[in-house]
Every structure is written in C-alpha cells, then in structure tokens.
Design a protein around this ligand. Structure first.
Ligand code: F6R
Length: 261
C-alpha cells in the first residue's frame, strides 16, 4: 500500500490523475474501473485538462463503473450514468459505447450483474480501479458486513450512507435504498487500485482502512491485501494516521518512479 498525502485535494487529485495518465500512455487501450461521488471530480477535471492538452487520449479506453442506484433510470440527474457523462465522458474523446455502468432498472438484476462481471473478464480485467471511500469505510457500496469475497450484486445502503448521500437529492427520502454494486472480491481483482479520500469526515475511515485490522466492518481494509494499492489523501483525511510522515516519504519515492517526477 502506498499512501500519498498532499496539502490539498487539488494537489492529491492531480497526482492521482498523473498515475492514471501514466497508464494511458503505456497502454492506450487500458481498462479502467471508475467511481462516482464528490471525491473523484477533481481528478476527472485534471484528466479532462490532459486530454484537452493532447497529453493523453481515452479513444481506446474501456471503462466499467463500480455501482449504480437501483431503481434510477440512467437519465435521472442523480444516476451514476448521468454523473459519469457530466463529469468525464462528455469532455474526453472516449467512445461512449465502451463505457459501462450497471443498469439500475434491470428487471433481472442477477443476470445484469453476471453479464457485467463476464464483460469485464472478457475485456481482460480491470487495469486500474478508481475508488472513493464512504465515511463508514465502504468501497463501492460494500457496506459494513459485506463479505470481503463478495461479487457484484444487489445491496442495501446503510442509514449513514443514505444520510451522507442525501446532499445530492432534494430530500433524504429520495435517496434510493438499494444499489447494484461491484463486490469487494471483484474490486480486489483489479491490477492496480487508486483510492482518493478528502476531508476530515473521511479521517476515521482512512485510519480504519490503513491501520485497522482487515475486517468486513470496514470493507476498504481489504485493500491491505492488495499488491498494488495507492491512497491519495489530503492532510485532513490523513490526520488520524499514526505513521503518516513515514507513509508520505515512502510514497513520494514510489510515485516519482511511476510518473517520472
Ligand atoms: C461511488 C462509490 C462510493 C463513493 C463513496 C464516497 O461510485 O462507489 O463508494 O466513493 O460513497 O462518496 P463521496 O466521494 O461522495 O464522499
């Protein structure tokens, strides 16, 4: 695990984008796993700027998103398909036919998730998975109590996640109670994982994920078992880490080797 700690979320997002851009330069037809939520927005902006500047291209990229609210149509303003179009896909040279988001209206959700996993496998698996982290330590919508071996499936959101996400909806009753979500086991198959965490509200989750025991109570802690996992945090999110100075120093060297700094 490498933990990059930056003064601001903008700086951390730029560095995370550099890691993604380094992959796209090396492998233009990379398979990306993408996340929604407020956290990756700055990183997507940095990548949009890179495409505009001709530094990277998404022309041959294929992507699969982590999750989608169950019951929301793709055109709904708060659907994750809509989020991805608005925050990334509409602004880069990606072929939208190569971008995949789970169908929140799938009548047969079991078939939907099985097909989704099969399509990822047929594409050769995910090269780089982008993640945020919930204030309860979830990755994708793998809430506390999710098996660390879980696969893509229908899940129920906790009251805390519903409350956290209510800020995007008119009223908290409008937040869907269920979602289709990749499992922890599915995420662990990505060849590289890049998790972003910003703000004091994520400090306890980051502490649990990095310095707590591996536990289904904080599903992000499974990433301790991943051979190539990077955390990009601002100082507030990293504030509760005991060994933060050591992590920052070590990650600086590792990141330099990856992005040629
Ligand atoms: C989003 C996702 C979630 C979010 C998490 C943090 O696709 O899978 O796990 O990453 O809930 O959300 P934000 O970034 O809004 O704090």
């Amino acid at each position: 695990m490498e933990i990059v700690i930056c003064k601001t979320k903008e700086e951390a997002s730029r560095k995370a984008a550099d890691l993604v851009a380094a992959l796209l330069k090396k492998k233009p037809d990379a398979v990306l796993g993408l996340a929604t939520g407020s956290t990756p927005v700055e990183m997507y902006k940095a990548l949009i700027a890179d495409v505009a500047a001709g530094k990277v291209s998404f022309k041959s990229v294929k992507s699969w998103n982590l999750d989608e609210y169950y019951g929301l149509e793709p055109t709904h303003e708060q659907s994750y398909r809509h989020f991805m179009d608005a925050n990334l896909f509409d602004h880069v040279d990606v072929d939208k036919a190569n971008t995949h988001v789970l169908d929140g209206l799938a009548a047969d959700w079991r078939k939907e998730v099985a097909d989704y996993e099969a399509a990822i496998a047929a594409a050769g698996g995910i090269d780089l998975q982008v993640l945020g982290i919930g204030s309860d330590g979830h990755i994708a919508f793998n809430e506390p109590g999710s098996s660390l071996a879980s696969r893509t499936r229908l899940v129920s959101l906790t009251p805390q996640t519903i409350a956290d996400n209510a800020r995007f909806f008119e009223k908290s009753e409008d937040v869907p109670r269920q979602a289709l979500s990749m499992g922890v086991g599915s995420i662990m198959e990505a060849r590289r994982v890049v998790l972003l965490a910003f703000g004091a509200g994520k400090a306890a989750a980051v502490k649990g994920a990095i310095e707590g025991g591996v536990s289904q109570f904080c599903t992000a802690s499974a990433l301790q078992m991943h051979p190539d996992c990077w955390f990009f945090c601002d100082e507030a999110a990293a504030s509760r880490l005991e060994l933060k100075d050591y992590y920052a120093w070590r990650a600086g060297e590792a990141l330099g080797a990856e992005i040629g700094d």
